[in-house]
Design a protein around this ligand. Structure first.
Ligand code: ZN
Length: 212
């Protein structure tokens, strides 16, 4: 039964997420009660997509894509960074549940990316070693943009730099997932896994999928 309603591939899953976000933006929600599928999911799960999102309280993934119980396999970490435990979680879901879509979901006004930009603008800025380990993973994607912005001795426009860094950070996470795991690379090569980046706009609720 589940095969009848499951998306056939990553593109179909992507369409379902786009439709769900459009419902959310227009304040329409899926009429099926959240609890209806609980018994059927007790012994197994069939998530249609794996989402690597930020921990930010304003970006609850199931809500912004209007998905229900069992629909999304979600990894949330500040700055939607890629570290070994995130890769392992995604390998697990892609292999065990045959989920064929991974979305790295960044968002506007991201505090983790902002913290990273602040360390470049003000090198005296201090974070705890734990928070710094997150900032360090964001840093490579922000560093070049900062260098470019300040190349001619110009003052940097922090808001613009943060805005561009958010997308650069999503693209970096996508690239790390595509090339940082043999298992994910093999699935991608055989057409069984699509990995895409997206940005959620906190002001409008819209998710914009990025060209890879
Ligand atoms: Zn964030």
């Amino acid at each position: 039964m589940i095969d009848d309603i499951r998306p056939k591939n990553g593109q179909e899953a992507l369409e379902l997420l786009k439709q769900g976000n459009a419902r959310y933006v227009n304040s329409l929600t899926n009429p099926d009660p959240m609890t209806k599928r609980r018994p059927e999911l007790a012994n197994d799960q069939y998530p249609l997509a794996i989402i690597l999102g930020c921990s930010d309280a304003r970006v609850p993934v199931e809500i912004v894509f209007d998905q229900g119980l069992g629909d999304l396999f979600v990894i949330r970490v500040a700055g939607n960074i890629v570290a070994p435990s995130q890769i392992g979680s995604i390998e697990f879901a892609a292999e065990k549940f045959d989920t064929q879509l991974v979305v790295v979901l960044g968002h506007s006004h991201c505090g983790a990316v902002t913290a990273c930009v602040e360390t470049l603008i003000n090198p005296e800025k201090y974070y705890s070693p734990n928070l710094q380990s997150i900032v360090d993973r964001i840093r490579p994607s922000v560093y070049n943009l900062h260098e470019l912005a300040t190349a001619n001795g110009n003052d940097v426009d922090a808001d613009e730099l943060i805005d561009r860094s958010i997308r650069a950070n999503v693209r970096m996470s996508v690239s790390q997932l595509k090339h940082g795991s043999r298992a994910l690379e093999d699935l991608g090569r055989s057409g069984e896994l699509l990995i895409v980046g997206a940005e959620y706009d906190i002001d409008t609720g819209k998710v914009r999928f990025l060209d890879s």
